[in-house]
Ligand binder design. Structure first.
Ligand SMILES: [Zn+2]
Length: 317
């Protein structure tokens, strides 16, 4: 009788302990390294490298333009809950530095574009309409083109940076992170070869486009296209052009015979539509700063590039 009671109370205590542990630390969730990624594109690549050992939260909602994103109160909590904060870097996330400073978390930042040689800004004059408006003040283009993901060869370097940061934060799984990065790089090489194959039939003199903003520099440089001009003279979607700038762009479109205007799905279409009407150039909707939901055509970075390249190539054929 006595032993039975003891056994029962032991079992009861054990059950209590188990349930208490289970509530806060199930092996599946508790063993994963919690990390934050700014854009869905960065988040996808972090997931590819992190695999089963990383829990990735995405800061920007799907479909958000990263240039104009305004942080919300819950974003500070998301930073506090994360071991690392992965950002594109290169000046893309203008909202991020103050957010990290306020959260005392600047040491969590990992810029995945670190080490990529940034393309310089080649616009005519830098115009700073933001001045005096309050929020646009910090607008600076000196850093170069932030759209590094438009060339999968750059994303190979991202995956190296991500594997290094995850390995430093979680050395027990360093081998897995390295292996995952290597496997993903192989997929990126396949993508790169596929892009070359797709663009090959387009004569070089037809590989011209205008874009809503200077998002396609890395793609153009890698695959032999020319980004003839942009509607907003900036790497950011936040700026707006003058009437003279628009007229000059339309003149360029006409004189060079540009047939295509690349317009991000996350960008206001009004100006592009006007230019298309004036010049006869075609608008091609492309994905720019965000992936789509899982059932959309650009749910992963690989699909994002395949979709965009197909759209561009089909329009220029
Ligand atoms: Zn952009």
């Amino acid at each position: 009788m006595k032993t039975k009671l003891t056994l029962l109370s032991f079992l009861a205590i054990a059950a209590l302990l188990l349930s208490a542990c289970g509530g806060t630390k199930s092996p599946a969730a508790g063993d994963k390294l919690p990390v934050l990624a700014t854009t869905s594109i960065v988040a996808d690549v972090v997931r590819q490298v992190g695999g089963d050992y990383v829990q990735v939260t995405t800061l920007l909602p799907l479909g958000t333009d990263p240039h104009t994103f305004e942080p919300r109160p819950q974003d500070a909590a998301a930073i506090a809950d994360s071991a690392l904060v992965f950002a594109n870097g290169a000046g893309l996330e203008e909202f991020l530095a103050p957010l990290l400073e306020n959260a005392g978390a600047t040491d969590k930042l990992v810029e995945v574009s670190q080490g990529i040689e940034l393309l310089p800004f080649e616009g005519e004059e830098h115009h700073h309409e933001g001045e005096g408006e309050g929020e646009g003040e910090e607008h600076h283009h000196e850093g170069g083109d932030p759209h590094t993901w438009m060339d999968p060869n750059n994303v190979m370097l991202w995956s190296e940076n991500i594997a290094a940061a995850l390995s430093a934060a979680d050395p027990a799984h360093a081998e897995a992170y390295r292996a995952n990065a290597a496997a993903y790089q192989e997929q990126l090489r396949v993508l790169d070869a596929w892009i070359r194959q797709q663009v090959a039939p387009i004569p070089v003199e037809k590989r011209l486009f205008v874009s809503d903003h200077a998002a396609w520099g890395y793609f153009a440089e890698e695959y032999g296209f020319t980004q003839v001009g942009t509607i907003t003279a900036s790497f950011s979607t936040g700026a707006s052009p003058s009437a003279q700038e628009l007229a000059a762009l339309e003149e360029e479109i006409r004189s060079l015979g540009v047939q295509v205007i690349l317009l991000g799905t996350d960008v206001n279409p009004n100006l592009a539509e006007q230019i298309a009407q004036d010049t006869g150039a075609r608008i091609v909707r492309v994905y720019h700063g965000s992936l789509t939901p899982a059932d959309g055509p650009a749910a992963t970075y690989l699909d994002f590039m395949r979709y965009n390249v197909t759209a561009i190539v089909d329009a220029l054929k």
